[in-house]
Design a protein around this ligand. Structure first.
Ligand code: GDP
Ligand code: MG
Length: 299
């Protein structure tokens, strides 16, 4: 029976308001692109599972899509339901906040849900690179008074500061158990999905307000050739007028997306890539369940 105590495994939910740095943290821990990072809120569209396996433990992280505070009640309820499910499925919670000197409404709601679940939770105070050292202590104090968190750890997900400490503490609260996934697995999503997400990330970075939210990306063809991989991706937009915006004058804009995406995809796949991008209009793709399933946005 002794041998059962030398490996830990479990699910960890990363929760927090949009833009707090959840996807950045997940990518930092896994050490690879798993989830889109963008200064725009709500870029994470689906629950993404990122898996980290070491000699003595395996952690399966949920990156949760956040919702905006100002959304209507209906959406707000959906968010609560979604987060409840993640908490239910998790062994340990990581709640992320920014180093602000007061506790916001979203944070209060999240803490309430954690409290009800009775599950161990760690607070990660992210983006501490943006504030002075002496501004962090009062924030730690503020949350410590809530008597909810097992640990409170200041981190900078984008600089990688404190991330190893956070990981260590997560493992500390994980239950003993065997591997949940094969150790070479980094996610429950396919490489195709990640390549599509890389393209979507560039769209989030290069286009204005509403365009990124209207697009979906699908990998249409993937051919392994001798010297390179040929990949054709389709960028779907909702209206014909958006097609022109994506393509840009003389195709300049889409070329930029293609170049930046290709560089990241080649890094990820470790091989030369020929990336072809097409833009298509697909009215109402958001409501098309079969389509959403096909591109992996719903399961
Ligand atoms: P999410 O919506 O919670 O998944 O947040 P993201 O991971 O997409 O990050 C939102 C924005 O915050 C991006 O522009 C990130 O580059 C930025 N960000 C994330 N972590 C840090 C950090 O530790 N320090 C700073 N200064 N910015 C960060
Ligand atoms: Mg995200």
């Amino acid at each position: 029976m002794e041998s059962k105590k030398d490996f830990k495994s479990g699910f960890v939910g990363i929760i927090g308001r949009p833009n707090v740095g959840k996807s950045t943290l997940l990518n930092a821990i896994i050490g690879e692109f798993i989830s889109i990072i963008s200064p725009k809120p709500q870029t994470t569209r689906v629950n993404i599972l990122g898996i980290k396996t070491k000699e003595n433990y395996q952690i399966a992280f949920f990156d949760t899509p956040g919702m905006l505070e100002k959304t209507k009640y209906e959406l707000h309820r959906t968010m609560i339901e979604e987060i409840k499910k993640v908490i239910e499925d998790s062994d340990v919670m990581v709640m992320m906040v920014e180093p602000f000197p007061e506790i916001g409404n979203i944070e209060r709601n999240l803490m309430e849900l954690i409290r009800k679940s009775g599950k161990p939770a760690i607070l990660a105070i992210n983006k501490v690179d943006k504030v002075l050292k002496n501004e962090i202590l009062p924030v730690i104090d503020l949350y410590a008074r809530e008597n909810l968190f097992k640990e409170i750890i200041p981190i900078s997900a984008s600089m990688g500061d404190g991330v190893d400490i956070l990981e260590k503490e997560i493992v500390n609260y994980l239950p003993f158990g065997e591997k949940l996934y094969p150790e070479e697995e980094l996610s429950d999503k396919t490489e195709r999905f990640f390549v599509a997400e890389i393209v979507r990330e560039k769209i989030f970075n290069f286009y204005g307000e509403e365009i990124p939210y209207s697009t979906a990306v699908e990998i249409d063809e993937w051919k392994e050739e001798e010297e390179r991989i040929y990949i054709r991706a389709i960028i779907y937009v909702e209206k014909n007028s958006q097609k022109g915006i994506i393509i840009g004058k003389k195709g300049e804009k889409i070329k930029k997306v293609g170049t930046f995406a290709r560089i990241d995809i080649e890094k990820r796949l470790g091989k030369k890539v020929f990336l072809e991008l097409w833009v298509k209009t697909k009215e109402g793709w958001r409501e098309d369940r079969n389509f959403l399933k096909r591109i992996g946005y719903v399961s």
